[in-house]
Design a protein around this ligand. Structure first.
Ligand SMILES: [Zn+2]
Length: 191
């Protein structure tokens, strides 16, 4: 049984980090195009993919085009409101590169769901705050990683995959609303 995380970049020209857990081992790779990302994930064939990108639009929005009538609704979902009220730092889906990232995330989610893979939205920066530094965390949850010196993107992918793992274990909570979109946050590790 495998679980995966994707630190999605806003553009195909920038690398996206992909991490997966397989029998207690953490693997990390980079991929660029949507096709490359989907191909790699299909090869890994995870039970759940956690994506670090908004995977839904604010209720009432039909798109993220600035010239559309729905632009007046703005870029805040319940997820962003609740994350901010808890003191976490997140951007509205209309903030600069977030428009591209959100569109890319939504299309990747659709693509994977069509292939029978469960997809969840995560925020690895927040997962890191909840779970603590990687080198302390991994032994606590019985995971090993070969690769040293992870880039920030790779580390975000690893925290995304770990959030999928916590979700699978039932050690999570969600923020947001069912009819708009939910984000999965891990619960702190129990001593
Ligand atoms: Zn629209």
């Amino acid at each position: 049984m495998r679980l995966a995380g994707v630190d999605l970049s806003a553009k195909e020209s920038r690398p996206s980090g992909i991490a997966w857990l397989d029998e207690g081992e953490v693997f990390v790779k980079e991929a660029f195009s949507n096709e490359e990302i989907v191909d790699l994930l299909m090869e890994v064939s995870p039970r759940v993919v956690a994506i670090d990108a908004p995977l839904s639009l604010p209720l009432g929005r039909c798109c993220l085009r600035k010239e559309c009538n729905c632009e007046r609704i703005g870029g805040m979902r319940w997820i962003e409101r609740e994350m901010i009220s808890r003191g976490y730092r997140v951007f509205p889906v209309t903030f600069k590169w977030m428009r591209n990232l959100t569109e890319r995330g939504i299309s990747l989610k659709k693509n994977l769901e069509k292939r029978g893979i469960e997809v969840i939205e995560v925020h690895p920066g927040t997962s890191r705050k909840i779970l603590g530094p990687l080198w302390e965390l991994l032994p606590k949850i019985n995971l090993r990683i070969q690769k040293k010196d992870l880039s920030r993107d790779e580390e975000d992918a690893v925290y995304s995959a770990i959030t999928a793992f916590m979700y699978f274990l039932g050690e999570f909570e969600t923020l947001g609303r069912e009819d708009e979109g939910l984000i999965v946050l891990p619960l702190p590790i129990r001593k």
